[in-house]
Design a protein around this ligand. Structure first.
Ligand SMILES: Cc1cc2nc3c(=O)[nH]c(=O)nc-3n(C[C@H](O)[C@H](O)[C@H](O)COP(=O)(O)O)c2cc1C
Length: 359
């Protein structure tokens, strides 16, 4: 089946975004069972857990699902780089009464081992961010029957994914919460809004486009389809759902967010990501350009963020969320997906009446 056919047959063209630290197995299951496409966020999982999740999903449902990985090369920072990064973080650890971590041996799960597990899991859709696959990796996924979806933040990245044989492009607009998926140009040149990005990629590359970034309800699902997208991928819209995995202080920060609360930062992880601005982001801003690149900084701040979450200290947690966060609803994920689809159909009827298309 081509990706075009796959998305055309999906009863509800909504993909629940994979969200390490925020989505859950139950969320993905609920969305897929409702007729959308649930995604299992496997970026931080080891090979066994990836296979186990795929097996559990298949045991629970016959519906399709996606598994998502971060395309990453092993990080080998120098001892000085790690020591300097830890020294920058020392006052934050001290404030929480936490010991400064020892320099770790590993900074992220081994991508090649994750990828081998993904091939064994053979999900209906395999999605990727942070870089593109090699051609033979895309071919291997095709060999096990998986469709390949690559994240692009620019037209050039969409073309790069098409070159290696991707089946669909996830166009990640600047509005999106969480990490930026760019891998060709610098961050500043990779911040195109969803409304411009989805149709320009659609025009440049002959593959189904999935629009992502700022899609919070049925209105924006309808808008994504109007832009030529085959489906809408939504992340922030699920953060307050019943199946969310966000910590209590993260949830409270979403519920009480000010107007226009998000900013980009690389202070937490060494890769630009969008979240609700807090004290760590503000105070690290003058030196955030100096922190080591992902995944090194990510690994070094992990214990800090975990301790802050336990202590209810939202000022030191990565509060990833997109620009539409004020619209995040509560409810069961399956019900949200059904409601957004009903709304999208209603909005389309209203637009058709206004444009005269209904007559
Ligand atoms: C909390 C959070 C975690 C995320 N983690 C991932 C991830 O693990 N893999 C991935 O490909 N994208 C991840 N994303 C980005 C989403 O795939 C998607 O681009 C984004 O949620 C779309 O924008 P929206 O948040 O405005 O809906 C994450 C987004 C959020 C909000």
């Amino acid at each position: 089946m081509t990706a075009g056919e796959f998305f055309a047959r999906l009863p509800i063209p909504i993909i629940q975004a994979p969200m390490v630290g925020a989505s859950s197995f139950e969320m993905a299951l609920g969305v897929s069972e409702a007729g959308g496409l649930g995604s299992l966020a496997a970026g931080a999982l080891g090979p066994d857990a990836i296979e186990a999740q795929a097996q559990a999903f298949r045991a629970a449902s016959a519906a399709p699902f996606a598994i998502n990985l971060f395309v990453n090369a092993p990080a080998r920072p120098s001892g000085e780089t790690v020591a300097a990064a830890l020294a920058r973080l020392a006052p934050w650890y001290a404030e929480l009464g936490q010991p400064l971590p020892e320099p770790p041996n590993d900074f992220a799960p081994d991508f090649e081992a994750q990828f081998a597990a993904l091939l064994r899991a053979a999900p209906p859709v395999a999605s990727f961010t942070f870089d593109r696959l090699r051609k033979e990796q895309a071919e291997a996924l095709h060999g096990v029957g998986s469709l390949v979806m690559g994240t692009a933040t620019t037209v050039a990245e969409a073309r790069a994914w098409a070159e290696v044989g991707a089946d669909a492009i996830c166009a990640q607009g600047a509005e999106a919460g969480g990490h930026r998926g760019h891998f060709l140009a610098e961050t500043e040149a990779s911040l195109v809004g969803t409304m411009a990005l989805a149709p320009t990629i659609r025009a440049a590359v002959d593959l189904p486009v999935i629009a992502a970034g700022g899609i919070m309800d049925g209105r924006s699902v309808a808008a994504a389809l109007a832009l030529g997208a085959a489906a809408a991928q939504m992340g922030t819209a699920f953060l307050l759902s019943e199946e969310t995995a966000v910590s209590a202080p993260w949830r409270a920060a979403i519920e009480t967010a000010a107007d226009d609360p998000t900013r980009l930062t690389r202070a937490f992880t060494g890769r630009h990501a969008r979240g609700i601005e807090n004290r760590f982001m503000r105070e690290m801003r003058p030196i955030e350009g100096e922190v080591p690149a992902y995944p090194v900084q990510n690994r070094l701040t992990q214990p800090l963020r975990a301790a802050a979450a336990r202590a209810g200290e939202a000022g030191m947690i990565s509060l990833w969320a997109g620009q539409g966060v004020k619209l995040a609803p509560t409810g069961r994920s399956a019900e949200l997906v059904r409601r957004w689809w009903d709304e999208a159909r209603e909005v389309s009827r209203t637009v058709a009446a206004r444009t005269g298309a209904a007559t």
